[in-house]
Design a protein around this ligand. Structure first.
Ligand SMILES: CC(C)(COP(=O)(O)OP(=O)(O)OC[C@H]1O[C@@H](n2cnc3c(N)ncnc32)[C@H](O)[C@@H]1OP(=O)(O)O)[C@@H](O)C(=O)NCCC(=O)NCCS
Length: 160
């Protein structure tokens, strides 16, 4: 049994989007996905890309992925890693693949001198919360995600 973690390339855009859709489905948010393979390819595959995807293959089969981008902490004065998606396909769970993906990202942080990685988790996703806690992650109770999009974003644009 071999696990390989590698960066996604141009040829992976379609499968990256498939796993984005699988995760959205799991999170009951499939209706929010309007990304296309071309958008994913454009985001991941350009000389100045700040968005990246690490693909996990188990015996050569697509098993999961971690999609991330660079953020910046004003408090720490340094860049960091924001994990947008972590997903392991159902048939491959419980084999250490999720942990290996996060360990891979932790090593990227160490190599680059980034002091932290962050992400959000839905409050009902107890298996993922337990998984993150098992790795030592702190789950903040006092922060809320804020978002402006669609009509609210357009209205603010007009208002400005
Ligand atoms: C959450 C997820 C990424 C975990 O990946 P995985 O490959 O199944 O997890 P691993 O096999 O790497 O588990 C690593 C460790 O976490 C522990 N762990 C995994 N799931 C756990 C759970 N539900 N409760 C407690 N511990 C858990 C394992 O016991 C293991 O510990 P060990 O190293 O001491 O043996 C995967 O289950 C998944 O994709 N779930 C659906 C999508 C999702 O929720 N993504 C996260 C969105 S924020």
């Amino acid at each position: 049994m071999t696990l390989r973690i590698r960066p996604a390339g141009r040829e992976d855009a379609g499968s990256v989007l498939s796993l984005i859709r699988e995760l959205a489905d799991y999170e009951k948010l499939a209706h929010e996905v309007d990304a296309t393979p071309a958008m994913i390819e454009a985001a991941l595959c350009n000389a100045n890309a700040t968005t990246h995807c690490e693909i996990a293959e188990w015996n050569g089969e697509l098993a999961g992925q971690a999609l991330w981008f660079t953020n910046f902490s004003t408090f720490r004065g340094r860049s960091g890693l924001y994990l947008e998606d972590l997903y392991v396909r159902p048939a491959f769970r419980g084999r250490g693949i999720g942990k290996a993906l996060l360990a891979h990202l932790a090593r990227l942080c160490a190599e680059r001198g980034w002091p932290r990685m962050e992400w959000v988790v839905l409050d009902w996703n107890q298996p993922a919360i337990d998984f993150y806690r098992s790795l030592g992650a702190e789950i903040a109770q006092d922060w809320r995600l804020c978002r402006l999009d669609g009509e609210a974003l357009a209205a603010l644009t007009a208002g400005g």
